[in-house]
Design a protein. Structure first.
Length: 232
């Protein structure tokens, strides 16, 4: 099985002033050493998360499960929380973070939560396809600079039961969760169900704002780490 990363993530990160490093699926015990050398984490889109990771029986609609990637990224999410390392989670990433802290997923929106919105439109990744309402006082609203936006949509799974410590900050008109964040102020973690990396060239600044906010948090994290190192 191969793991690939769309170039859009790299372009969006570099445009925000970041230097991205791509992490392959490593054994969980190798994650700590990797995180020692970075200032933030982006959890990207990709395969379905294995329902076994949240204690569910696997639906026939689930495909392309990558056990090694699941194990690695679950470890990354949990260790980022332990280190209070800025984290931006995208599409699969929002689902992965929710599972990492005890939440569950809708395994297939079309069969489990049918609605008039088609959330699985992978061929239109650079098009804004449906509205999203964001909690006005959330960190997500502050990052994108708005509470009512429109987004692309390329997923057939979604957050179901929300993990303890996480708060829902955005929903589609049919109620599907489109954003979550860490509910406390001790960890900057924003997670979105859409693909902002595909929309950073759009006329609106919503998605650029999301990457810019992440870059600012990563810079602050790096600066605090450097200060701590110089004082020892």
């Amino acid at each position: 099985m191969r793991v690939r990363l769309n170039e859009a993530y790299v372009h969006a990160a570099t445009a925000a002033g970041l230097t991205p490093l791509v992490l392959p699926p490593l054994p969980p015990d190798a994650v700590s050493g990797v995180l020692d050398g970075v200032s933030g984490v982006i959890l990207t889109g990709g395969e379905d998360v294995d329902p076994g990771a949240y204690g569910a029986r696997r639906s026939p609609t689930v495909s392309d499960v990558h056990a090694a990637r699941d194990a690695c990224e679950l470890a990354v999410a949990r260790m980022a929380r332990e280190r209070a390392m800025p984290t931006l989670a995208i599409c699969r990433g929002i689902q992965l973070v929710n599972v990492a802290f005890g939440g569950t997923l809708i395994q297939d929106i079309r069969t489990e939560r049918p609605s008039d919105i088609n959330h699985d439109q992978s061929t239109l990744r650079d098009s804004r396809l449906h509205a999203v309402s964001i909690e006005k006082r959330s960190k997500l609203a502050a990052a994108v600079g708005a509470s009512d936006i429109s987004v692309n949509s390329s997923h057939h799974q979604a957050v179901d039961r929300v993990a303890a410590g996480l708060a829902v900050t955005a929903r589609a008109p049919d109620g599907i969760v489109e954003g979550i964040e860490w509910s406390g102020d001790d960890w900057w973690m924003l997670a979105v169900q859409w693909h902002p990396e595909e929309l950073v060239r759009d006329a609106s600044g919503w998605d650029r704002g999301l990457f810019r906010a992440f870059a600012e948090q990563a810079g602050a994290y790096r600066a605090s780490f450097q200060r701590a190192s110089s004082s020892t």
